[in-house]
Write a protein that binds this ligand. Structure first.
Ligand code: F6P
Length: 294
């Protein structure tokens, strides 16, 4: 394959500023075990402005970039769609721990984040059991409950609160109490961060449960712990497959799509169809998590 890759630093910010360097196969030797990105990344409000976008297009022309691979979440892929509409050959790769990108079953990073949640829940359960406490564990996901649900299911949480399913504080407190009445000695409630827009901050949810049940309640916010660490085997394989497919597509002159994973297969999804999933969780699995948690 006769391609000369260039690494753009800090995503769209680097594209705007022309911050890039040639990237040879030797430059990525040994990186498979690392989290984060050695190219760095950035939230880039400037790319949402006409001036920023103009500068990005100028960089592409000036540097003679013949095609772009955009790796990121829904926002980054929206940017990719815009570039494609301007005639730039673009291939998108889904990467977001929220797993809310329409068209793909999985995105790079999801599995590693999930395993971190499970790792954390295992440790938190030790204190929860020892002190017979209720633990509220807040996880990331923006408006998606995917990490909360799948992490809660795999981590054996008693209750999972996701933005996709409306429950009241009273119901949560009652479910916690019911568990103790049935002989449980602890309760782990996984709270998706997107729930707090409706139910209030996690520490207020904790306060409500404490007042209602008289139980000892603690809060742990996992935060950016979920966004780092050595990738799982699943993520390494997914990233390798997606990257290789992107190179093949570029070499073959196929552009304007995101490479998606659907039922184990890599498929092109037009960038025009890529957006945020209307429902990022499987409601059957939500019911399963709750019945197993009782
Ligand atoms: O979209 C990925 C994500 O990790 C969300 O789950 C989270 O809400 C957000 O990014 C955190 O963003 P930042 O790192 O900019 O605080």
């Amino acid at each position: 394959m006769n391609l000369s890759p260039v690494g753009i630093r800090r995503g769209y910010a680097g594209l705007i500023e022309g911050d890039m360097a040639p990237l040879s196969p030797r430059d990525v030797g040994g990186v498979i075990e690392y989290g984060g990105t050695f190219l760095h990344t950035a939230r880039c409000p400037a790319f949402l402005t006409p001036e920023g976008r103009k500068l990005a297009l100028e960089t592409i022309q000036r540097e003679g970039l013949e095609a772009l691979v955009v790796i990121g979440g829904e926002g980054s892929l929206q940017g990719a769609r815009w570039l494609a509409q301007q005639g730039v050959p673009v291939v998108g790769l889904p990467a977001s721990i929220d797993n809310d990108i329409k068209g793909t079953d999985m995105a790079i990073g999801v599995d590693t984040a999930l395993n971190t949640v499970v790792w954390a829940l295992n440790r938190i359960r030790d204190t929860a059991l020892a002190h017979e406490r209720v633990f509220l564990v807040e996880v990331m996901g923006r408006n998606s409950g995917y990490i909360a649900l799948m992490g809660g299911l795999a981590g054996g949480a008693e209750i999972v609160l996701v933005p996709e399913v409306e429950v009241s504080l009273e119901q949560v407190a009652e479910e916690v109490s019911a568990g103790y009445r049935k002989g449980k000695h602890h309760s782990i409630v996984v709270v998706a961060e997107g729930v707090t827009a409706r139910l209030g901050p996690t520490h207020e949810i904790a306060h409500f449960i404490r007042e209602r049940t008289g139980l000892e309640v603690r809060v742990t916010v996992l935060g950016h712990l979920q966004r780092g660490g050595s990738p799982t085997a699943y993520d390494r394989i997914l990233g390798s497959r997606l990257g290789a497919q992107a190179a093949e597509d570029l070499a073959a002159g196929r552009f304007g799509h995101m490479i998606a994973l659907q039922e184990g297969e890599l498929l092109p999804v037009p960038l025009t169809e890529v957006g945020r999933k209307e429902l990022a969780i499987d409601l059957e699995l939500y019911r399963l998590a709750h019945s197993l948690g009782k």
